[in-house]
Write a protein that binds this ligand. Sequence first.
Ligand SMILES: *[C@@H]1O[C@H](CO)[C@@H](O)[C@H](O)[C@H]1NC(C)=O
Ligand SMILES: *[C@@H]1O[C@H](CO)[C@@H](O)[C@H](O)[C@H]1NC(C)=O
Ligand SMILES: CC(=O)N[C@H]1CO[C@H](CO)[C@@H](O)[C@@H]1O
Length: 275
Amino acid sequence: MPHMAMHGLVLSLLLILLAGGAESFRICAFNAQRLAQPKLAKKSVMDTLVQILARCDITVLQEVVDSSQKTVSLLLQELNRSDKTQVLSSYQYNDTDDVFAREPFVAQFTLPSKILPNVVLVPLHTTPKDVEKELNALYDVFLDVSQRWQNEDVILLGDFNADCASLTKKRLNSLLLRTKAGFHWVISDGEDTTVRASTNCTYDRIVMHGQGCQTLLRAAAPFNFPRSFQLTEEEALRISDHYPVEVELSKAAQGIQPFSWAILLLLLLLPSQLG
Ligand SMILES: *[C@@H]1O[C@H](CO)[C@@H](O)[C@H](O)[C@H]1NC(C)=O
Ligand SMILES: *[C@@H]1O[C@H](CO)[C@@H](O)[C@H](O)[C@H]1NC(C)=O
Ligand SMILES: CC(=O)N[C@H]1CO[C@H](CO)[C@@H](O)[C@@H]1O
């Protein structure tokens, strides 16, 4: 019994210290595969979607096919969370050469507790037949936005279709966003971002630029929601055939103090527990 009590004490200290660390901020991109109102009529779909979105402080939600915009309002209503961020400015890229199937809508956001004054998000959903051309043009969007807002901290994200039949490894590696310095592809090649067991492609990506946001990088990964929510492939495909991709930013990246304090306490407490 005393041993168990001690164990409980160690655990609660760990939790308090970890929770006391800098708050983290999660940015996500999710191709929600032809998302429209009829899809949300199924309660299980709505609930899962809300759970997926509730994980994120900002989500780039792609493939919303609803000109009435009621789908997004419905989701926001269900989410009803207080905002941890604000949009500072936004514009749609002026695609004079008509390269993009869907012109990127870029926006600049504040981050909480000034972990970074602000960050720019550049979303893109490429069309499979023009992946290389669109991704190279995305470099021009980066130049445009970073000059306009004098901001080097830019996150480019979304369903880039940057793998498998849509983009060979060789072409992927010769993209400007790969050959120019300073771009960090945090969802690595080989990560599966597709729901179907029969596919394994890294279509969805997050690319980070700028010292500010890179020092805050804590983790980046696809979110395997079927596994987390214990859904069969068939159930998961009612939500989407893509996983969301997520990046977690936190000031704690500069020093892992909360963690080392917890480990120190563990080391201090363990001998007495054993003795
Ligand atoms: C886009 O660029 C073209 C060519 O530079 C210009 O004529 C047009 O006014 C611009 N449109 C917007 C919305 O800025
Ligand atoms: C997908 O392929 C990569 C290699 O390209 C492999 O490392 C990974 O385990 C595969 N993922 C799945 C879910 O099969
Ligand atoms: C996602 C979320 O937090 N939803 C909440 C919205 O508000 C209702 C009523 O207050 C809660 O029941 C939900 O859980």
